[in-house]
Design a protein around this ligand. Sequence first.
Ligand code: GDP
Ligand code: MN
Length: 378
Amino acid sequence: MKIHEYQAKQFLARYGVPIPPGRVASTPDEAAMAAKELGTRVVVKAQVHVGGRGKAGGIKLADTPEQAAAAAAAILSQPLKGLRVDRVLVEAALDIAAEYYVGVVLDRNARKHAVMMSAMGGVDIEEVARQSPEKIAKAWPDPLAGLADFQIRDMIYDAGLQRSLAQQIASVARALYQCYIACDATLAEINPLVVTSDGAVVAADAKMVIDDNALFRQPELAALRESADEHPLELEAFRRGLQYVYLGGSIGIIGNGAGLVMATIDEVKLQGGRPANFLDIGGGAKADLVANALELVLMDSDVRGVLLNVFGGITRCDEVAKGVLDAAGRVGLRVPMVVRLTGTNEEEGRAILSGSDLVPAETMQEAAEKIVALVGGA
Ligand code: GDP
Ligand code: MN
């Protein structure tokens, strides 16, 4: 889950990252008021979950409250990269001498968090990583010991950051790392970390992505979740407590176990079908759970068939079959559905389905072939 710049800055400030004084505004009048209160030249920044706002016209400097109002009016009146702008951040403008980059990101390959620093801040850091990776210094903190001082010193040296600012940069890096860990983030970056002409180090921009799977223990962050930038079906899945990913095809896929669901998606694609979604209902397949899952999948009006792939281990296949029949009846299934049952009591399970409209299948391949045929190609 992404949070807005002004929200990320509030969290970073709690951990000791210096941020410019600022106010959030949702109208031009509020922006003018904010600029008046700040009493300096301001920068008016669109608050949307997308980067590169500067280049897209979402960031404007204003010398007076009147200019701030005009800037806010312009930014709020049109979508930025397709996203509606509801709020702007009005912040004291900085006198920029240099723009650095500092970030923390989950490095799945290293199975650790990676901290990065670069003197090439302000610009698109992914571009720097592609064109000149040596310009980005990295360290992988020990997960228990945290970010060590020697790692910070090495990065400041390797990235060629100004040595006289080492204390200030180190303090920002430590605070950023602490905030990242405490918030269960998978990304926290300051780009640019501005060096002002009088030698102060300030976070001019902030971006944070929070691990969705940690939101249960991050109520303050979970409350910042916004429906606008999520797929409505994924949001509905979140409400229903289901592990669902929208894929945009015509064949609904439900299975128990993430690996099994992914394999099913592959098989359907191999047979020429287009999976509409990923949906893992986890262990077992009780009628309530299957009904909940089926209802969700059928909310997608593009779905013209459903493939349910269940491995009956602890939950026996005959119980699963009864649950599935019950669920199909309850939701008023309007499209063909193939059910592949394997595991304990699979024959009994298939026998239960045989008198119904549901199409039983023995293997995953057979199930995929059948649903693709029933849906009628792509
Ligand atoms: P982004 O384009 O969405 O990444 O937004 P940023 O907050 O990073 O702003 C983009 C650029 O605006 C920065 O790299 C600065 O070069 C420029 N800029 C100029 N003056 C200011 C200022 O006073 N504050 C901030 N934040 N950016 C400024
Ligand atoms: Mn930026």
